[in-house]
Design a protein around this ligand. Structure first.
Ligand SMILES: *Cc1c(COP(=O)(O)O)cnc(C)c1O
Length: 402
């Protein structure tokens, strides 16, 4: 028996079909490695004399296309060299803290940061000899008190999770500037539609692209941009060395999601405002939290910083405890009970059983988070449908007590 010969072009050697037209949609480029013409050319690529990708852990076209779009939304300073995409929002937070700080340094974070950011500061940075303290982001004087001679960086979020307090960002930025400390802002909740941290003195801006920017709960990605190219290089080198690389397919999905970000955001925000007012009028609701409402503790600051941009997040507290909370979720099957935010559809989360379960009941209640406390990430649905769902859900809790 004679073997049929294997065609010579079976392994590579088939040129990509080129023509005069080009695809409208961005191609997905999954190639891990890129081919160069000669050692001279590769030298020129590595030296920066010519542009060219080499190995996708170090960068690839789908990440760069996505980064350029977020740069434009964010107003990332050109001097910073453009933002970086990494594999998750936490990869972005980690790359900033671990790429810029060294043993002996100290960092001050907002006391209501995203749970994993808090964990990084409390559990991981100390293992590397970096000290961390927390301060109340609504009061810049507490940051001043937390500073030490070796403090190098402050990390804050403008709008906190889940009680939606609004940071005194201008006070904190003034302090950082005066003391020569870097200010990093995780702007995931506020998004570039509502707030531009660079315009308020931030040196570094972080996003979890997973949330509103990509918007469809099908990718985890992060973004980080800097004011200064040297900081970008330190963060980039750390991210490449530790392999925080984003997948090209995820970047492609996020690019597609990002094209409608402003439309989704505007609709979700209008829905959130209307839903907050609706909830506040329902029997069985103890408290409704939305930054632009007159009963919000930071309303003045929120209006000053965000104008009309109250965002898509609403929190509320039910009368009754865990039993009422269970009844609410079961009575609203159309509202996904899922611990995320920023999806195109409305999702509901219960901090006491998810993001804040690690705290004691006393710690939670000090933070305003009871068993009846919920956070809504409002989506783009018809507002009447949302009002009906929540009316039905809250009605099912009336009279239920633990
Ligand atoms: C979700 C979130 C993160 C982490 O993002 P991932 O993409 O899930 O890693 C960081 N900061 C904030 C404010 C978030 O909401």
């Amino acid at each position: 028996m004679t073997d049929t010969p294997i065609p010579q072009n079976l392994v590579r050697r088939t040129p990509w079909p080129e023509g005069v037209s080009r695809p409208l949609g961005s191609p997905i480029q999954p190639s891990v490695v890129f081919v160069s013409d000669s050692p001279d050319q590769l030298d020129d690529q590595y030296g920066g004399a010519v542009d060219g990708y080499t190995y996708s852990r170090e960068g690839h076209p789908n990440a760069d296309v996505l980064a350029r779009k977020i740069d434009a939304l964010e107003g990332a300073p050109e001097a910073g060299g453009g933002g970086l995409i990494v594999g998750s929002g936490m990869a972005a937070v980690s790359a900033v803290l671990l790429g810029l700080l060294k043993a002996g340094d100290h960092v001050v974070g907002g006391s209501q940061l995203y749970g994993r950011s808090l964990r990084l500061m409390r559990e991981d940075l100390p293992r590397f000899g970096v000290g961390a303290s927390l301060a109340d982001p609504t009061d810049a004087t507490t940051f001043a008190e937390a500073l030490r001679p070796e403090t190098k960086l402050i990390l804050v979020e403008l709008v906190s999770n889940p009680i939606l307090r609004v940071a005194d960002i201008d006070g904190i930025a003034a302090l950082a500037r005066e003391r020569g400390i870097l200010l990093a802002v995780d702007a995931t909740f506020s998004t570039p539609r509502a707030f531009h941290p660079f315009a308020h003195g931030a040196d570094i801006v972080i996003h979890s692209v997973t949330k509103l920017l990509a918007g469809h709960s099908d990718v985890t990605l992060g973004y980080v941009a800097t004011r200064d190219a040297a900081h970008r290089k330190a963060i980039y080198d750390f991210a490449v060395t530790t392999g925080l690389t984003p997948s090209p397919f995820d970047c492609w999905l996020a690019e597609r999601g990002l094209m409608t970000f402003h439309l989704r955001y505007d609709r979700a925000e209008a829905n959130a405002k209307a839903l907050a007012d609706h909830l506040a009028g329902l029997p069985g609701i103890k408290r409704t939290v939305y930054p632009l409402r007159p009963d919000h503790p930071d309303q003045n600051r929120a209006v000053g910083i965000l104008g009309e941009r109250g965002g898509n997040m609403v929190s509320f507290e039910l009368e009754g405890g865990r039993n009422a909370a269970n009844a609410l979720v079961r009575a609203m099957p159309g509202i996904a009970f899922a611990p995320t935010l920023g999806d195109i559809g409305t999702t509901l989360s219960h901090p006491a059983s998810t993001s804040h379960r690690g705290m004691t009941a006393e710690q939670r209640s000090a933070n305003g988070i009871s068993e009846g406390f919920f956070r809504i990430s409002v989506g783009v649905e018809d507002i009447d449908l949302l009002k009906r769902d929540f009316t039905q859900g809250v009605a099912a809790t009336l009279g239920i007590r633990d």
